[in-house]
Design a protein around this ligand. Sequence first.
Ligand SMILES: [Zn+2]
Length: 172
Amino acid sequence: MPVLSLPASIEPFKWADRAAQVAGDVPLASFPRLCEGLADQAGTVQVDCRFERDAQRVPWLRGTLTTSVTLTCQRCLKPMALPVSVEVELALVHDEEDAERLSDDADYLVVSEQGLILAEILEDELLLAIPYIPSHESCELEYRNPEEPVGETRRENPFQVLAALKKPAADE
Ligand SMILES: [Zn+2]
């Protein structure tokens, strides 16, 4: 896909009227808040989104965002690659009153006629898909399974025992 710079500011309802599509590879560097949390800012996000109206004339922003980001594992502090794939499905409404006409499970955005910053919307969606405290799966298992301190007897917490029984075995 071509490298795409996202439009600075758009008119979301007009874009929905004309079923505008936004597709291409957007550099990660276009998303500064996302980049703050990344160990490596090189790379792109494959954006494939469209504005459209459904049969009830409700405008939507729909599509997918696909990328791989490099985070820092908060247990071993080494880099970890995380594939990210986000489905975007947001109804575009003028106000909360508009939103009440949507089905209960619909996500929506209150937007004005113009001035929508698409990069910020997409960035929010990406941020939601990234763990607040990232860690490798193997590091996570290690942390949940600390060695019993030597020379100390401790009553086991029944919930911890239960959790240990439920989780898959660590490295053999
Ligand atoms: Zn780790």
